[in-house]
Design a protein around this ligand. Structure first.
Ligand SMILES: [Fe+2]
Ligand SMILES: [Fe+2]
Length: 188
């Protein structure tokens, strides 16, 4: 499956701008790690684009409903497994590198976007590890993001959380530059 095909499926199921922005931010993280680990970019991007496919229409069945939709379309089982694995409640183990990367990118990408949006510059360009760490300690900030999940994501990837945050800031910054040339943005 190509990124373009994944995007076509996504557009049929998702209309919320916030969910689209979240999806593209997660994809930015996954693409960054894909390049680092020499993965299959179309496959990894597709997993990121499709991971919350069902969240708008079937939040209570997420991500099982999405997996069902994708199985009907004969999407690669590795992609489906990674999507099922990104929810801790599914009990599906994260065995592949793609599964681990998707899980580690999901919550952290949105957290870093939230950190960038409160900067005067509203940008990733001058966002530093130190300021993200400060926000992690501030329990009232982005309180929907479970800090334990961020730590677990880094642990499963075998990367120190600080390094993982630095990587993600860089991946988001690079992707934001690419998207802005297409008139898109990961930021508000
Ligand atoms: Fe999800
Ligand atoms: Fe997500």
């Amino acid at each position: 499956m190509t990124r373009k095909e994944a995007m076509e499926i996504f557009e049929k199921h998702v209309t919320q701008d916030s969910l689209k922005k979240h999806t593209l931010a997660v994809e930015a993280g996954v693409r960054g790690y894909c390049k680092k680990f020499d993965g299959d970019l179309d496959k990894w991007s597709s997993a990121a684009i499709l991971h919350d496919l069902d969240y708008e229409k079937f939040p209570e069945k997420h991500p099982f409903a999405g997996a069902e939709i994708l199985r009907e379309k004969s999407v690669d089982e590795e992609v489906i497994e990674a999507i099922l694995g990104h929810g801790d409640h599914t009990g599906i183990p994260r065995e592949s590198l793609l599964s681990k990367v998707l899980y580690a990118s999901d919550e952290l990408s949105s957290f870093i976007v939230a950190c960038a949006l409160v900067r005067p510059s509203k940008s990733f360009e001058d966002l530093k590890l130190k300021s993200v760490k400060k926000k992690l300690k501030d329990k009232a900030f982005a309180k929907g993001v479970d800090r334990d999940i961020l730590q677990r994501g880094a642990d499963e990837l075998g990367i120190d959380l600080d390094d993982h945050i630095k990587n993600m800031i860089e991946f988001l910054m690079i992707r934001e530059r690419e998207l802005s040339s297409e008139g898109e943005s990961l930021l508000g």
